[in-house]
Design a protein around this ligand. Structure first.
Ligand SMILES: O=C(O)[C@H](CS(=O)(=O)O)OP(=O)(O)O
Ligand SMILES: [Mg+2]
Length: 208
C-alpha cells in the first residue's frame, strides 16, 4: 500500500479538479504523453506545472483551478514531483494520492484497510520536501490517533521551501492563494485512489 504525498501542489490541484466536477485524472508520464493524449481526446483537459504552455489548457495551481468548470471532464496531469511519484509506485496493491486537503479521508481508508505496512512517498525535493514529509507524518499519526492535532504539521508545511518559493513567485503558474489552499486541512471529504486502467494510471475520488 502506498500513499504518495504532494501538498504543493499536484494533489491539492487534483482534489480541486474533482471538487470542480472532473470525472478522472490521467497521470501522464511526460509532457509529450500528455500532449499525445490531448491530441487523441480533444475534450480532455491537459494540465502541467510551471508556466502556461501551448497545447495545455491549465496549470498546476489550486487558486487558478478552483473557478474552472470541469463537470464530467477527464484531466491529464503532468507535474515535476507529484505525478512522477505516483507513477513510480504504480504496481503497488493500493495507491492513494494525498495532501492536507484530503488527509482525514486518506487516513480513514488506511484505517479501514487495517494494513500495518504502508509506504509513504514524499515527492518533493527528491524525497526531502518538508511540506510533504509533514503531511505524511500527520496522516500516519491520524490513522491510529483520532485526536492528533494538525497544527504543528501545518506550521512546518507553511514554513517549507515550496511555500516560500510559491509566495515569492520563484515558481510559475501561481495564484496568490495557492499556499493557503494547499494548507486547508480536510477541505474535501474524499480520498484519491490511483489505479492502472490499461496502460494509463488513473486517479479517481474514493470514499470509505
Ligand atoms: O507545481 C508545483 O508546485 C511543482 C512544480 S514547481 O516546483 O512549481 O515547478 O510540481 P508538483 O509536482 O506539484 O510538486
Ligand atoms: Mg510538490
Amino acid at each position: 500500500m502506498a500513499v504518495v504525498v504532494d501538498v504543493m501542489r499536484a494533489f491539492t490541484v487534483a482534489a480541486w479538479a474533482f471538487a470542480r466536477g472532473a470525472e478522472k485524472i490521467v497521470l501522464a508520464e511526460s509532457l509529450d504523453e500528455a500532449l499525445a493524449l490531448k491530441a487523441r481526446h480533444p475534450d480532455w483537459v491537459a494540465l502541467k506545472d510551471g508556466p502556461a504552455a501551448p497545447g495545455f489548457d491549465a496549470v498546476n495551481s489550486p487558486g487558478l483551478l478552483r473557478s474552472a468548470d470541469l463537470g464530467g471532464r477527464t484531466v491529464v496531469q503532468k507535474t515535476t514531483a507529484g505525478t512522477v511519484g505516483a507513477l513510480a509506485v504504480k504496481e503497488a496493491e493500493l495507491v492513494l494520492c494525498a495532501g492536507f486537503v484530503v488527509a482525514e479521508a486518506t487516513a480513514e481508508i488506511l484505517r479501514a484497510r487495517g494494513s500495518d505496512s504502508v509506504t509513504f512517498v514524499v515527492t518533493g525535493e527528491d524525497g526531502r520536501a518538508d511540506e510533504d514529509l509533514a503531511c505524511a507524518q500527520y496522516i500516519a499519526r491520524r490513522v491510529t490517533e483520532a485526536g492528533a492535532d494538525a497544527g504543528e504539521y501545518l506550521r512546518r508545511a507553511g514554513e517549507s521551501r515550496a511555500a516560500a518559493e510559491l509566495a515569492q513567485g520563484v515558481r510559475q503558474g501561481v495564484h496568490p492563494d495557492d499556499v493557503a489552499l494547499c494548507l486547508e486541512l480536510d477541505r474535501f471529504p474524499f480520498a484519491m485512489v490511483a489505479t492502472l486502467e490499461g496502460s494509463l494510471m488513473v486517479l479517481r475520488p474514493a470514499r470509505t
